[in-house]
Design a protein around this ligand. Structure first.
Ligand code: CTP
Ligand code: MG
Length: 229
C-alpha cells in the first residue's frame, strides 16, 4: 500500500493571488486538481489524502469537483506550518497504516509519473527517498552584498517533492521532531534515517511567485510543461 499525501493548506502569500495559489486555475483546471490527477493516474498509489486549511472546504470541493476516484479520502485539516500540515495528514493516514507514503506539495502540478515512480522504486531499498536536482550555477557565500567565498556545488542539491518514506518511520520521526522543518527529509534525517536522492526535473518546479504562475501558464500554452494532458 502506497499512500500519497498532498499538502495544500498554505496561504500562498508570495503568489499574491486572491485565492490561495493551489485553487487558482491554469488553463481551466486548478493547480490542486492537476497535482491530484498525476498521482491518481498511477495504479501504484492506493490512497490519496489532501491536507487543506480550515475554511477551505468549499474551495477544495470546487477544485476537485467531479472526481470520483475511490482512492481519494476526505480532506484533512492542516496547521500553521507545512510540517504541521504534514503531521496532521500522517496522523489521519495512520489508521489505514500504508507501507509507504509519498508527501508532495500541491504547488508542484507538473510532477511527472517518472519522478513519482523513481521515488517509489527507491523506497523498495531505502527508508526514504526524494526528488532533487543538481545545482548548475556557481554558488557564493556572501555578506552584505559582496561575494566572500565559493561553495562546492557538487555536494549541494535543490530539494523537490515527492519525498517518500516508510510510513511508520516518517510518522514516528514527525512525532518526535521539535521545531519547524523546511521539508520532510529534514524530519527524517533528524531521526537518523538514510534518505536517497532521486534525480527530479526542472519541470517539477514549485509555483511560488507571480512569475512562477506566469511561467506555468506560458509552458501550458506551449504544451511543453511536462504536464500530463
Ligand atoms: N503548506 C501546507 N500548510 C502550511 C504551509 C504550506 O500544507 N501551513 C503547503 C502549501 O499549500 C504548498 C506546500 O506546502 O503546497 C509548499 O509550501 P509553499 O510553496 O511555501 O506554499 P504556501 O505556504 O502556501 O506559500 P507562501 O509561503 O508563499 O505563503
Ligand atoms: Mg510557505
Amino acid at each position: 500500500m502506497s499512500a500519497a499525501l498532498i499538502v495544500a493548506a498554505g496561504r500562498g502569500t508570495r503568489a499574491g493571488t486572491e485565492l490561495p495559489k493551489q485553487y487558482v486555475e491554469l488553463d481551466g483546471k486548478s493547480i490542486l486538481r492537476r497535482t491530484v490527477d498525476v498521482f491518481l493516474g498511477l495504479p501504484e498509489i492506493t490512497r490519496l489524502t489532501v491536507v487543506i486549511a480550515k475554511g477551505d472546504a468549499a474551495a477544495y470541493r470546487t477544485a476537485l469537483e467531479g472526481l470520483t476516484d475511490k482512492r481519494l479520502t476526505n480532506p484533512v485539516e492542516g496547521g500553521d506550518t507545512r510540517s504541521a500540515s504534514v503531521r496532521a495528514g500522517l496522523e489521519a493516514l495512520a489508521a489505514t497504516s500504508p507501507a509507504q507514503v509519498l508527501i508532495h506539495d500541491a504547488a508542484r502540478p507538473f510532477v511527472s509519473s517518472e519522478t513519482i515512480l523513481g521515488v517509489l522504486n527507491a523506497l523498495n531499498v531505502h527508508d526514504g527517498a526524494f526528488a532533487a536536482i543538481p545545482i548548475v550555477d556557481a554558488i557564493w557565500r556572501a555578506d552584505g552584498g559582496f561575494a566572500i567565498s565559493p561553495l562546492d556545488r557538487s555536494v549541494l542539491w535543490r530539494a523537490q517533492t515527492p519525498q517518500g518514506f516508510r510510513f511508520e518511520s516518517i510518522l514516528s520521526a514527525h512525532r518526535t521532531f521539535e521545531g519547524i522543518a523546511a521539508d520532510d527529509v529534514e524530519v527524517a534525517r533528524a531521526a537518523g534515517h538514510l534518505v536517497r536522492i532521486v534525480e527530479g526535473s526542472e519541470a517539477n518546479f514549485k509555483i511560488t511567485t507571480p512569475a512562477d504562475l506566469a511561467r506555468a501558464r506560458a509552458e501550458l500554452a506551449l504544451g511543453d510543461a511536462g504536464a500530463p494532458k
